[in-house]
Design a protein around this ligand. Structure first.
Ligand SMILES: *Cc1c(COP(=O)(O)O)cnc(C)c1O
Length: 365
């Protein structure tokens, strides 16, 4: 069984391409053209996904507006909203697809709510037609966050990212398009506020960290059989040579490195082989610690856990003031969820399912 650290499934080629790969203006132009064609708007390449989301919010909303977000999300989303001077309003999710629906959105509506961020959790699309209709009735603008779902289609056949006023993509580790870091925003309608696109070159320390990341992952995997992989990774995080995804800083002025544009382009071009691939396969179980123990014994590795809190990672959770009593389903889900990144093979997932099956929550068996 393969094991991975920080979720990167990187073989030798990726290690070399990240370390030594280079990109130029043509790569940036090619990625921009592909995104423009797919999402019907002008793309702006950003340092990461949260910066892309913050730029989208600043472009269409006003300081002080409230924005509805999924009650099961990444801290990066909250960071983007806060950076834009707005307030997140969390809507509870359903167990079926881990997304809010019109019912839970309408419960948190208020006069200052001006927008909805659609997330399509772990690659499971929302019922977009109903949400679009609700948004139109209440005069809300939809922003689509494709960190989990780039390439996926909505139930009505439309590609995710082609519905809202703006589309934000993340090219970070573990995301639907993984170029270690980076992001893009497509403003599909004329913006209310003109925000300047990033103009500063990337910081050298950020570039080096991203370039060496797959190498360190491979090294740590190599050391794993003598149980030193985890220790190495922890040490590298401590001295800031490796950055955990959640700690990547938001910046509206730093550009995305050009070689990352090339990596992202390659992955988007391969989409037609992807089908409806989910970002992560999820299960809800009783007695989770026991199940995790069994899975670990069988060689499945859990590090980047999605999500142990309704806004993850846990170390940022307290500052969010999540309304736990208003999101009971999200609370239940975060105590029962187990999920696997999509680099596990069908065979591996089948074996995992055999371990999980006896523990599945009643209505999911
Ligand atoms: C990871 C993530 C982002 C943005 O990620 P970056 O690390 O800033 O690229 C946005 N939304 C969701 C739901 C995410 O999980």
């Amino acid at each position: 069984m393969r094991r991975f650290y920080l979720g990167l499934n990187a073989g030798g080629p990726k290690v070399f391409r990240c370390l030594f790969g280079h990109g130029n203006k043509d790569d940036v132009r090619e990625l921009s053209e592909i995104l423009a064609q797919k999402y019907h708007g002008k793309p702006i390449l950003m340092k990461n996904g949260r910066s892309a989301l913050a730029l989208a919010l600043k472009s269409y909303f006003d300081y002080g507006d409230k924005i509805i977000v999924n009650g099961f999300t990444c801290h990066a989303v909250v960071e983007a909203i806060t950076e834009a001077g707005m307030t997140p309003v969390f809507a509870d999710i359903t167990k079926e697809n881990l997304n809010f629906d019109v019912n839970t959105i309408s419960k948190v509506m208020g006069s200052k709510v001006k927008g909805i961020i659609v997330q399509n959790s772990l690659g499971n699309p929302v019922d977009i037609e109903k949400i679009e209709q609700f948004a139109a009735e209440k005069n809300l603008l939809i922003v689509e966050d494709l960190a989990h779902s780039a390439g996926v289609k909505y139930p009505d056949g439309r590609l995710v990212g082609t519905v809202g006023v703006a589309t934000a993509l993340s090219f970070g580790k573990d995301k639907a398009i993984n170029a270690i870091s980076g992001g893009a925003v497509i403003l599909r309608f004329s913006a209310k506020h003109q925000i300047e696109a990033p103009f500063k070159t990337p910081r050298l320390s950020d570039v080096l960290r991203a370039r060496f990341y797959p190498f360190f992952c491979a090294l740590s995997r190599g050391l794993n059989h003598i149980h030193l992989g985890g220790i190495l990774m922890k040490a590298l995080i401590k001295i800031h040579w490796v950055e955990r995804s959640a700690d990547n800083r938001l910046s509206l002025i730093r550009r995305m490195p050009k070689y990352q544009a090339r990596l992202a382009t390659e992955q988007i071009k391969n989409w037609r082989h992807r089908g409806q691939a989910k970002l992560r396969e999820f299960y809800l179980v009783e007695k989770r610690p026991e199940v995790l123990e069994k899975l670990k014994k069988a060689g499945y590795y859990f590090d980047a856990f999605w999500y142990e809190k309704p806004v993850s990672p846990e170390r940022y959770y307290k500052q969010v003031f999540f309304p736990e009593n208003k999101c009971p389903v999200a609370m239940e889900v975060t105590s029962k969820i187990i999920n696997f990144p999509n680099y596990y093979t069908r065979e591996e997932l089948k074996k995992a399912y055999e371990i999980i099956q006896p523990y599945l929550v009643e209505d999911k068996k």
